[in-house]
Design a protein around this ligand. Sequence first.
Ligand code: ZN
Length: 120
Amino acid sequence: MSRHDRRRFRHQVSGAGLLTYLVSPTDPRLGDVPLLGRAARWWTYCLPNALPPRSCMLCKRSLRCEQDVGLVLLSMPAAPTTCVAYVGLCLDCYRDADWVRIEAACIAALQEVLPAGKFS
Ligand SMILES: [Zn+2]
């Protein structure tokens, strides 16, 4: 997310609040929200060539392809938008990490985008 995109995202969230989803990138329910489905597909498609490489929000291991991803945290303003922020959780963390640590990593990732946000 570029600095400009981040600023636009913050502006839209400040007026409407934030919706977040922690799901498999292939979760069929993403089809219910086409913007999220497209964002998840685009994010996973771009993994092999992403610069800088995407990394797991918990263990920081590189995510090089869809098979490396356990879950993806998608967030978007609760208002008409084209902005979706996303970060991945690797398959090993998804299988083995405590849920409390995953939740803490999600909150840390969201606070990177929205430093003044409160998440629970
Ligand atoms: Zn991980």
